[in-house]
Ligand binder design. Structure first.
Ligand code: NAD
Ligand code: UFG
Length: 344
């Protein structure tokens, strides 16, 4: 198959592109490199060896309709995996229009061009953020959905847009994947997460403390009603998550699929302190902690019900927290400054 991957230079995209190549697919990546580096693409190509030649990259912004039109006119795609989007919750509160423009307009342009070229198979990156502060856990796909910030609203709106699109034209096949908390890196330590600026998320921050770029981790809240008072999340190894996309692509060829939603998580909840302790064990580094107030908008406990994905996608996460931390540290220790610095 030939798969178009938007946002394929990014963290989850690059890992997914590698798995696709290793599975024998041809991959075309479209990315504006707004939050990523072309080095990630080069490294994926190297890791894929002989199969690296099946990867091509186009620096295109999704909102550039003529450029996207030209690409779709030049070759046929069997399906699109749509990762491209801005994802920083705090920034989305400061710059809502930028988020609506990038994420919503980018997606509308993509869907229009796909329809015009008869490519109606889509896998979209949604998020567990649509569950907000769930009334109970684990979160099932049937839970009511909502959003508490502009970033989350873009995920919610795109999900709704996809459901409307399918209702209007049943020849679309759309899978919405709600990711829980992706962490870790490819086992080679050659690709991984490389956030710009101060990391918003737990593990990139922990990793930067471990390599000496930051002094201490601020723990947001130690008074939650959880086992140790800190927030609980469903961390999932990024390679497992990448494999979930291959399972979703396979599912698109099932005639019964219309517009479906699946959680991609492990079904296990891990607290901030448990995660830090697993990382300390994996890295041999002490992570100094500063206990602080809760972060506004954070939920107490969020983890996935995984039954639907296991049953219908025949996919299940393989890796646990120890492997996530091992691989995160392998990437961090080899690339303390991400893609910009030379590897050891
Ligand atoms: P990322 O920032 O590493 O990757 C996103 C990529 O999209 C980047 O390479 C960026 O340059 C590109 N991009 C952004 N806007 C674009 C545009 N208009 N045109 C072309 N390219 C554009 O993020 P990620 O962690 O790999 O996330 C991928 C997707 O998964 C995003 O949609 C994100 O919202 C979603 N998601 C991520 C998480 C997470 O915790 N990482 C959780 C749930 C959902
Ligand atoms: N945390 C800290 N200190 C930090 C960063 C995070 O204590 O410096 C805590 C948070 O309070 C939370 C846990 O670590 O309890 C995880 O926080 P993350 O920011 O890593 O992840 P979130 O679950 O808050 O949100 C992430 C993405 C969202 C996405 C969601 C579900 O940022 O966009 O996962 O996929 F929607």
């Amino acid at each position: 198959m030939t798969i178009l991957v938007t946002g394929g230079a990014g963290y989850i995209g690059s890992h997914t592109v590698l798995q696709l190549l290793m599975g024998g697919d041809k991959v075309v990546v479209v990315d504006n490199l707004d939050n990523s580096s072309e080095t990630a693409i080069k490294r994926v190509q190297e890791l894929a060896g002989e199969r690296g030649k099946n990867l091509t990259f186009h620096k295109i912004d999704l909102r550039d309709k003529p450029a996207l039109e030209k690409l779709f006119a030049s070759q046929k795609f069997n399906a699109v995996i749509h990762f491209a989007g801005l994802k920083a919750v705090g920034e989305s509160v400061q710059k809502p229009l930028m988020y609506y423009d990038n994420n919503l307009v980018g997606t509308i342009v993509l869907l229009e061009v796909m329809a015009a070229h008869g490519c109606k198979n889509l896998v979209f990156s949604s998020s567990a953020t649509v569950y907000g502060w769930p009334k109970k856990v684990p979160c099932t796909e049937e839970f009511p959905i909502g959003a508490t910030n502009p970033y989350g609203r873009t995920k919610l709106f795109i999900e709704e847009m996809c459901r409307d699109l399918y209702q209007s034209d049943k020849t679309w096949k759309i899978i919405l994947l709600r990711y829980f908390n992706p962490v870790g890196a490819h086992q080679s330590g050659y690709i991984g997460e490389d956030p710009r600026g101060i990391p918003n998320n737990l593990m990139p921050f922990v990793q930067q403390v471990a390599v000496g770029r930051r002094n201490a981790l601020t723990v947001f809240g130690s008074d939650y009603g959880t086992k140790d008072g800190t927030g609980v999340r469903d961390y999932i190894h990024v390679v497992d998550l990448a494999d979930g996309h291959l399972a979703a692509l396979a599912k698109l060829s099932d005639p019964s699929v219309g517009c479906e939603v699946y959680n991609l998580g492990t079904g296990k909840g891990t607290s901030v302190l448990e995660m830090v302790s697993a990382f300390e064990k994996a890295s041999g580094k002490k992570i100094p902690l500063v206990m602080a107030a809760r972060r506004p908008g954070d939920a107490e406990t969020v983890y996935a019900e995984t039954d639907k994905a296991e049953r219908e996608l025949k996919w299940k996460a393989k890796y646990g927290v120890d492997e996530m931390c091992r691989d995160q540290w392998n990437w961090a220790s080899k690339n303390p400054y991400g893609y910009e610095a030379p590897t050891k």
